[in-house]
Design a protein around this ligand. Structure first.
Ligand code: DAT
Ligand code: MG
Length: 149
């Protein structure tokens, strides 16, 4: 089944939003298959945001993402990559729709609380970058028939 990589960024952790954010993915009906609370090394940050290396905000972004712990997660479900992006909302929290995580909790693009993979291929690359195979649980929630027809 489809999987995506989600990370609660240092601002989400500092602001006490871990439970609220995890709850949104759980109550939507997605399945948590991996989770770790960790400091991000500069090396991992630069690799993760590699596509933005040439952008003016890159140094600040790496500084920010390494400044406090993050919660790295893998979530599983039908269409989870695109759906998670919808739950997360637009990149700039100021213009993100109310009801989305960024729309409900942020005002600044450089403090947008959460990361989510932008495509199925990106998700596969990011999951492999952040997690070892043994850190992911292959399991089937007993509630599944109540979520999927
Ligand atoms: P997203 O996180 O929605 O996929 P992105 O991949 O375009 O957005 O950018 C990665 C992160 O970089 C984003 O979450 C916040 C930061 N960022 C993007 N554009 C920025 C800007 N113009 N100024 C400051 N930070 C920015
Ligand atoms: Mg992105």
């Amino acid at each position: 089944m489809e999987r995506t990589f989600i990370a609660i960024k240092p601002d989400g952790v500092q602001r006490g939003l871990i439970g609220e954010i995890v709850s949104r993915f759980e109550t939507k009906g997605f399945t948590l298959v991996g989770m770790k609370f960790m400091m991000v090394t500069r090396e991992l940050a630069e690799e993760h945001y590699g596509v933005h290396r040439e952008r003016p905000f890159f140094p600040g972004l790496v500084e920010f993402i390494t400044s406090a712990p993050v919660v790295a997660m893998v979530w599983e479900g039908d269409g989870v990559v695109a759906s998670a992006r919808k739950l997360i909302g637009a990149t700039n929290p100021l213009t993100a729709e109310p009801g989305t995580i960024r729309g409900d909790f942020g005002v600044s693009i450089g403090r947008n609380i959460i990361h989510g993979s932008d495509a199925i291929e990106t998700a596969q690359t990011e999951i492999a970058l952040w997690f070892k195979d043994g850190e992911l649980a292959n399991w089937e929630p007993t509630i599944k028939p109540w979520i999927y027809e």
